[in-house]
Design a protein around this ligand. Structure first.
Ligand code: ASP
Length: 339
């Protein structure tokens, strides 16, 4: 009897001490709303305030999840869902148009604790691609779903479908018209050359979040409409695990934004993590090297948000700006657009 009592007491004390430890452990979150040639001159003070307010709302919502002891997966899902619902960013509502005048969305989420991941590509009718990606991770035996099967899976998961124009905004439509005009002018060149000649603005925009929770678990999530005027079912880096999204406990959580083709070819997210892991370098250092040296030399522009196992945040980018925000345990949120 006495030994049963002692065992129960030990279990209870163990649980209390784990809880207390978790409460003291550092936690943090960082988010982005895309990198690009965000020219200061083109944004009015009112527009800047709108972007900053939405970034603050998303980072604070994710932070609240972590503060209450929630998981990093829940925190990044929450923050990305808020950004997807905002027409300001190229993800969910406000996604860019394909060449054919539709929206095709990509998203991925990764759990650093288990290395489980879920990704969806070319989604046309699901309101929150990041929530769908999470269902792929948690409710399917697969990592990535693409094309028509995505919607079939969403129906099986009882997610409500939306018409494709749910994601439409006039400003993105105007960008499509401009991009097509530029492509038409370059049509004597190959499709590849014409796309490459498009100004960087047409190749950008994504949202993402990375977080460390009180239990030491890292997670990353990314969601995007991809590239304006994309054709032929083009899929970017966001849903490619290791390119635009990666998380591994003890090492890193990364979400990228930028010219996706480079991020896929240079495996940007996993390269940053692998350098930190095998070279025993701080994550902030390896993120900076990959974004500001490797990618710059290759001609790939963009940036990443990164959080390490201690909750340190870094957000390097080699473009003019990157919409971003971060918040570490016990600190206020930091919101920024330019360097
Ligand atoms: N990386 C995204 C893509 O290529 C776009 C972006 O992040 O700006 O689809």
């Amino acid at each position: 009897m006495k030994s049963m009592y002692c065992a129960a007491l030990a279990l209870t004390l163990g649980a209390i001490s784990t809880q207390l430890q978790a409460q003291q452990n550092p936690f943090s979150i960082a988010i982005h709303g895309g990198a690009g040639t965000i020219s200061k001159a083109k944004l009015t003070p009112a527009q800047i305030a709108q972007y900053e307010a939405k970034l603050a709302e998303a980072v604070n919502a994710g932070y609240a999840v972590l503060e209450q002891g929630g998981s990093s997966l829940d925190a990044v899902s929450k923050a990305v869902t808020i950004l997807e619902a905002s027409p300001l960013f190229n993800a969910g509502v406000g996604a860019v148009y394909t060449y054919d005048g539709a929206h095709e969305l990509d998203a991925a989420i990764m759990d650093g604790k288990t290395l489980n991941a879920g990704a969806v590509a070319s989604v046309r009718h699901v309101k929150s691609p990041i929530q769908l990606a999470r269902l792929v991770m948690e409710e399917s035996p697969h990592v990535m779903l693409a094309g028509a099967g995505v919607e079939e899976f969403a129906i099986a998961q009882q997610l409500p479908l939306v018409t494709n124009d749910h994601f439409s905004t006039d400003s993105r439509y105007q960008s499509l018209l401009k991009a097509k005009e530029k492509l038409r002018k370059n049509q004597k060149h190959s499709h590849q050359a014409a796309v490459e000649a498009l100004p960087l603005d047409y190749k950008y925009g994504t949202v993402g979040a990375v977080a460390l929770d009180k239990s030491g678990n890292l997670a990353a999530a990314t969601s995007t409409g991809g590239m304006t005027a994309k054709r032929y079912g083009r899929v970017g880096d966001a849903p490619i695990i290791g390119a635009g999204t990666y998380a591994e406990n003890g090492v890193c959580a990364i979400s990228a934004t930028g010219h996706g083709e480079y991020f896929i070819r240079y495996q940007v997210a996993s390269d940053i993590c692998a350098r930190a892991k095998y070279q025993q370098q701080p994550l902030a250092k390896t993120a900076d090297v990959v974004i500001n040296q490797v990618l710059v030399e290759a001609g790939g522009s963009g940036g990443v948000i990164a959080v390490d196992a201690q909750g340190n945040v870094s957000m390097p980018f080699n473009s003019e700006g990157m919409y971003r925000a971060s918040r570490k345990s016990g600190e206020a949120a930091v919101v920024a657009i330019w360097k």
